[in-house]
Design a protein around this ligand. Structure first.
Ligand code: FMN
Ligand code: SF4
Ligand code: SF4
Length: 306
């Protein structure tokens, strides 16, 4: 059976053009589905692949003569393009400087993010790797301060109707089921968030998405690898930084709109198509604050195996 996603549940079709094929074997070596095999020094389509062509496109992308085409799972030769020259790609110093200059930005200038920048961010984010092609990441774009504020306001109203979720009696009942770490997280973080988001919104202060002139919500479907929306959001963030925008990831909304009838209504009201295990908002805008110093960060641990 082909691997299903919300977009397709069929394997892709492999077309081999023998007259153009030199039997160099490159396509065979990159195909980890074992859809292609060498037999008597000739490439053939296997009768015994792992899943059936997943439509990664690697064989088409590596073939020097255009002798192989993939059709299906949202892919076709139309999706191939010439690679930019290596000299055009960011080098380590450039990328590292971009990363070092980044700070989470929560104060934005009163300036819209231009439509062509929104497009560039999405174009870059679409290059992100995904657990299995085709990408099963969905993106909700809020492209004005009016829209981010309206979303934040609705979210606070939604939280107000869900206060029982962080009540002492409910947390006490759930403690044996979801364990110590979750209990501490709920009491120490989620509960205060519920209270402070709504209280601040009443005072006109938007802590949900900081009135950013642009926000994007990256989320999956029940089929999506949970890492995929997070990776796409990270690509979007890096792309936006390269365009001179400030960014801030916003992790609070996603987990709180997954379960229950009210969550479903909230998602429906905001054009969010699916529940998914992971999802992440990113806020974007022209920064109103300039940081003077970078901050050295560390991982919790790095162990090099002997
Ligand atoms: C997954 C994730 C979720 C986050 N959620 C929020 C959030 O809801 N609100 C917020 O103000 N910042 C949020 N942040 C930003 C972090 O607080 C920020 O990255 C951290 O404080 C370090 O600061 P820096 O990004 O400037 O290095 C989030 C960051 C990540 C990676
Ligand atoms: S990479 Fe292209 S030319 Fe080489 S074996 Fe595969 S189809 Fe033939
Ligand atoms: S698209 Fe990917 S899975 Fe399909 S034949 Fe080519 S390399 Fe193999």
């Amino acid at each position: 059976m082909a691997i299903p996603t919300s977009r397709t549940n069929e394997k892709a079709e492999i077309r081999l053009y023998n007259e153009k094929c030199t039997n160099c074997g490159l396509c065979v070596s990159v195909c980890k589905d074992f859809s292609l095999v060498m037999e008597n020094n000739k490439v053939i389509i296997s009768d015994n692949p792992l899943f059936g062509c997943i439509g990664c496109g690697h064989c088409m992308a590596v073939c020097p003569t255009g002798a192989i085409e993939i059709h299906g799972r949202t892919l076709s030769p139309d999706q191939l393009f010439d690679l930019p020259a290596r000299e055009k790609a960011a080098n380590y110093d450039q990328l590292s400087s971009l990363f070092e200059r980044r700070r989470s930005i929560r104060e934005f200038e009163e300036k819209e993010v231009e439509a062509d920048l929104v497009e560039k961010i999405l174009t870059a984010a679409k290059t992100a790797p995904m657990g299995l092609p085709p990408s099963d990441v969905n993106v909700l774009v809020l492209d004005s301060k009016l829209k981010t504020r309206a979303f934040a306001k609705d979210f606070c109203d939604y939280l107000n109707g869900m206060k029982w979720f962080v009540s002492n009696w409910f947390l006490a009942i759930m403690r044996p089921f979801w364990g110590k770490a979750n209990d501490e997280m709920f009491r120490g973080f989620i509960k205060p968030v519920f209270n402070v988001y709504a209280a601040k919104m009443n005072d006109g202060v938007n802590l949900v998405n900081y009135d950013a002139p642009l926000a994007m919500y990256f989320y999956g479907s029940p089929y999506t690898d949970p890492a995929d929306p997070i990776i796409a959001a990270t690509y979007a963030m890096i792309a936006a930084e390269s365009l001179g925008l400030g960014t801030c990831m916003l992790g609070t909304v996603h987990p709180l709109i997954q379960n229950g009838k009210k969550a479903r209504k909230f998602r429906d009201d905001h054009g969010i198509k699916y529940t998914s295990r992971e999802g992440l908002f990113v806020a974007f805008g022209y920064p109103a604050v300039k940081y003077k110093k970078g901050i050295t960060r560390t991982f919790a641990s790095v162990k090099i195996m002997e």
